[in-house]
Design a protein around this ligand. Structure first.
Ligand code: F6P
Ligand code: MN
Length: 331
């Protein structure tokens, strides 16, 4: 493949951002470089698929009782290895590990990640992703509690989407930018700048099979969407569900929409399906930075005070008009 010479590399982009982003020093560059080194490897492994012997189940459960895929473990190990070798990283926490992992006591950053989001998509050759969130160290020594900072404290967040192309979508708190991996060069190039989510949309994403378990406000919102042109909304809605949050959020960042994984009564003990610290928070940061909104239905997600690395939370995010409407139904 030939790359257009005037595309900006990620490292040139980071240099250009330094005057505008106070926290953007060489240390943060190193953290991003470590995450991307692992992501690049995951991208190559995924592309080889069955040829690399990486498909299928690992026959183990993770801390949440979910069956791990081989690639969940490979991706997790790659990220942990890369971040352990990264001096500015004081500690890390992963969906796949019960506890956090302390690293350099003099490091200034904490990194949380979902190594392979949407992993039920791996074996059917569909999109998956890596999600990451970077927080400052505010207390030493680093313990689990050091990570319990609301999402509004994130310094950077993003995801790598392994789709037909491998994309990095990144925020440093001054907008959202997209970089495409050139596989031949192993380099990420800036391919879309300052994404803005349209405030209005006619597209929703929710797992409809849980409909009977939802709370009344979500039942009402979705039934009004389904009623279409002749209902109260006066317009037809379309539905999409990738079954990988990275895929669904990427579509919303690209063309608008609302994504919901609400609390439901299927398993009333669970506060929701998605995890606050390495799914909801980084995605909410990206969505807000692109002009959208993200809520539990009752509270802005980025304001939630975490109390567990793996806590779950209801998530409704995307186009501002729709998120506001469903929030209003929660009273
Ligand atoms: O990480 C959880 C996750 O895989 C998300 O990526 C995705 O949005 C959701 O779960 C899919 O849930 P379901 O299996 O209900 O479709
Ligand atoms: Mn996930």
């Amino acid at each position: 493949m030939t790359t257009t010479p005037d595309l900006q590399t990620l490292s040139d982009f980071l240099d250009s951002q330094r005057p505008h982003v106070a926290e953007l020093d060489q240390g943060l560059d190193q953290v991003l470089t470590a995450v991307l080194a692992a992501s690049r490897q995951i991208s190559y492994d995924l592309q080889q698929g069955a040829l690399a012997g990486i498909l299928g189940s690992a026959d183990t459960d993770n801390v949440q009782g979910e069956v791990q895929k081989k690639l969940d473990i490979i991706a997790n190990d790659s990220l942990i290895d890369a971040l352990k070798r990264c001096e500015p990283v004081a500690g890390m926490a992963s969906e796949e590990n019960d506890d956090c992992i302390a690293n350099n006591p003099a490091g200034r950053y904490l990194v949380l990640f979902d190594p392979l989001d949407g992993s039920s998509n791996i074996d059917v050759n569909m999109s998956v992703g890596t999600i990451f969130s970077i927080l400052p160290v505010t207390q030493t020594p680093v313990t689990k509690e050091s990570f319990f900072q609301p999402g509004s404290r994130q310094i950077a967040a993003g995801y790598v989407l392994y789709g037909p192309a491998t994309l990095l979508v990144l925020t440093l708190g001054n907008g959202v930018n997209v970089f495409t991996l050139d596989r031949d060069q192993g380099e990420f190039y800036l391919t879309a700048s300052q994404l803005q989510i349209p405030a209005d949309t006619q597209e929703f994403a929710i797992n409809m099979s849980n409909q009977r378990h939802w709370e009344a406000p979500v039942q009402r919102y979705i039934s009004e969407c389904l009623a279409g042109k002749t209902g109260e909304r006066g317009k037809d809605f379309n539905m999409r569900w990738v079954a990988s949050m990275v895929g669904d959020v990427h579509r919303i960042l690209s063309r608008g929409g609302i994504f919901m994984y609400p609390y439901d009564l299927k398993d009333p003990k669970k506060a929701g399906r998605l995890r606050l610290m390495y799914e909801a928070n980084p995605m909410s940061f990206l969505i807000e930075q692109a002009g959208g909104q993200a809520t539990t239905g009752r509270q802005r997600i980025l304001d939630v005070q975490p109390n567990d690395l793996h806590q779950r939370i209801p998530v409704m995010l995307g186009s501002a008009v729709e998120v506001r409407l469903v929030t209003s139904y929660h009273g």
